[in-house]
Design a protein. Structure first.
Length: 551
């Protein structure tokens, strides 16, 4: 008895108790290897940076006072528009559940515990509750931040806005996660989940545009309680709670094959995020969503590739985009349009989510360039420099992003059918598309390994200055989305021109002309990146050789 392993799980009477004891032991072993001081320091730094960022953004939100008419409009129409977020969470939850989500278990949990003679629902319930706790916590933080930003322009007590924003976000997250658990436990087919999720999203959109009442309005109404208290909105609590209860009850039907497949992909995805490999993150996310190219293109092109072969090959690849990817591009365009509409009304920081939505769409649009970058051995076999070949791959992504920007422009026209919106939006479409493509291009090309002659340049330059390494990582992560956000500058210029009584179209055109400079810089960088690095590396080697001879 004295030789017993103290870390072994205690004896249990039932298989369920044995599984619970095993889980507690594994948790203790993981926490034993955790550096608590380092973890607390990371939490402290994250909290400080987050609070400073929220305060800075809050100070920038209140740049224009909301009139009484606008406040009344927000009170009447706001619940339906906020309810769109609940509908989107429900649609994403259904799709995630149909793909085997939302739980991501460890391989040993799938291959041993779930195959043991133990009630599967009992084993998975612990993981589901942990996922719900984390999701609710993140949603509460995001909702509280949204309430803090809303109070800068809307009337009411700050604490009330923070509380209702957090409560609404928690209920929306619970709705999405509950539907994901329900769809995964009932093994909802992917086509059914897509159709049902699209129908729910369309219902909520019809409520926002045509006042066709939907239950998602209740979630939005709860978020706007500081403006008007509607007791009916409390039904959203029952809806979210019932969805979570149904999802927990259906856990026993989770597919083992889907769980094992998701486990492997999520492990790779976490590693790719850790090393900031964005290209791998995109590919793994597509595998998780089973976002595979079509076997047949939407439109067949002639086989002759005499003229512009790179362009024709890229176009063929774009015509094989699945319907889900096309729908995602359209949805991101709608999100960008709605955010631009809010920025036009005076909430300037909304250009940030608008630019991020365009950047995410551009990451899908530059797929032909990304595939070329993934297969450099094939690219090196062509009698063309790599930079020139990369530039030729940018025509097709710009075309796709023009389509996405047009979707956003149409969204703005639907919400504000005015001549000024039509004219200023027409000027802003092309800069938004080009700058978003430029940002995604920088992100892809940065992942391309340099030739051996220039590969050691970073080490030679950064070795004496290790502080520059952190700045380089920050620039690599922030510069590409910053380019996409910069593409929305013509909208802000047009808004300021209207406030000053000047020509909005002329000001937007002037800013759009200036945006040619960063786009041209990115194009030149793609073209001459490798030759410039090779030249600089050679110059350093010659300088070092000269110093050695002199000494």
């Amino acid at each position: 008895m004295d030789d017993a392993d103290p870390s072994a799980p205690p004896a249990a009477e039932t298989p369920e108790q044995a599984a619970a004891a095993l889980w507690r032991t594994r948790r203790r072993n993981r926490l034993r290897d955790l550096d608590r001081i380092d973890a607390l320091y990371r939490v402290y730094v994250t909290a400080v940076v987050g609070i400073v960022a929220v305060l800075l953004i809050s100070s920038a939100v209140g740049d224009t006072d909301v009139s009484a008419a606008t406040l009344e409009r927000v009170t009447d129409e706001g619940p339906a528009w906020v309810g769109l977020a609940a509908a989107l969470a429900a649609a994403l939850g259904l799709r995630s559940g149909s793909h085997g989500g939302p739980l991501a278990l460890e391989p040993a949990e799938v291959r041993h515990v779930l195959l043991a003679p133990v009630d599967r629902r009992t084993v998975l319930q612990r993981h589901a509750l942990r996922l719900l706790r984390f999701g609710v916590f993140v949603a509460a933080v995001v909702g509280a931040i949204a309430g803090q930003l809303a109070v800068r322009r809307l009337s009411g007590a700050p604490l009330a806005w923070v509380a209702t924003g957090a409560a609404a976000a928690v209920l929306i997250a619970a709705l999405g996660l509950g539907l994901a658990l329900l769809a995964g436990g009932r093994r909802l087919p992917r086509p059914v989940a897509t159709v049902v999720g699209g129908a729910l999203l369309g219902w909520a959109l019809a409520d926002a545009l045509a006042e066709v009442w939907s239950p998602f309005r209740l979630f939005g109404g709860l978020a706007l309680w500081p403006l008007e208290v509607r007791p009916l909105d409390l039904v959203a609590v029952l809806l979210a709670g019932a969805t979570v209860a149904a999802g927990l009850a259906a856990l026993g039907g989770v597919s083992m094959e889907a769980a094992e497949r998701r486990t492997g992909l999520v492990a790779q995805l976490r590693f790719a995020v850790t090393v900031q490999d964005l290209r791998t993150v995109v590919l793994l996310r597509r595998q998780l969503a089973m976002d595979l190219p079509r076997a047949r293109p939407w439109i067949r092109l002639r086989r002759s590739a005499r003229w512009f072969p790179v362009w024709r090959r890229d176009l063929r690849g774009l015509l094989r985009f699945p319907l889900s990817r096309l729908a995602r591009l359209g949805l991101l365009g709608i999100v960008a349009g709605l955010c631009v509409r809010g920025a036009w009304d005076g909430t300037t920081p909304l250009v940030v989510p608008a630019g991020l939505a365009l950047y995410l769409a551009a990451l899908d649009a530059v797929e032909p360039l990304a595939q070329e970058a993934d297969q450099l051995d094939r690219a090196d076999a062509y009698p063309t420099e790599r930079g020139v070949l990369f530039l030729r791959h940018l025509a097709a992504p710009v075309l796709v992003m023009v389509f996405v920007a047009l979707v956003g422009w149409a969204t703005v026209l639907v919400t504000a059918p005015e001549t000024l919106t039509l004219e200023a939006g027409a000027v802003a479409v092309l800069p938004a598309a080009v700058l978003a493509t430029a940002g995604a291009t920088v992100s892809v090309v940065l992942g391309v390994p340099l030739p051996s002659s220039a590969a050691s340049l970073d080490d030679q330059v950064l070795m004496p200055m290790p502080e520059m390494a952190g700045m380089k990582v920050a620039l690599r992560s922030g510069f590409p989305p910053a380019l996409a956000i910069l593409g929305t500058a013509p909208v802000l210029a047009a808004r300021e021109a209207v406030a000053d009584g000047a020509s909005a179209v002329a000001e937007a055109a002037n800013v759009a002309a200036l945006l040619v400079l960063p786009a041209a810089f990115v194009a030149a960088w793609v073209r001459y990146r490798e030759p410039a690095r090779a030249w600089w590396a050679q110059s350093l080697q010659q300088s070092q050789a000269t110093r050695k001879v002199a000494t």
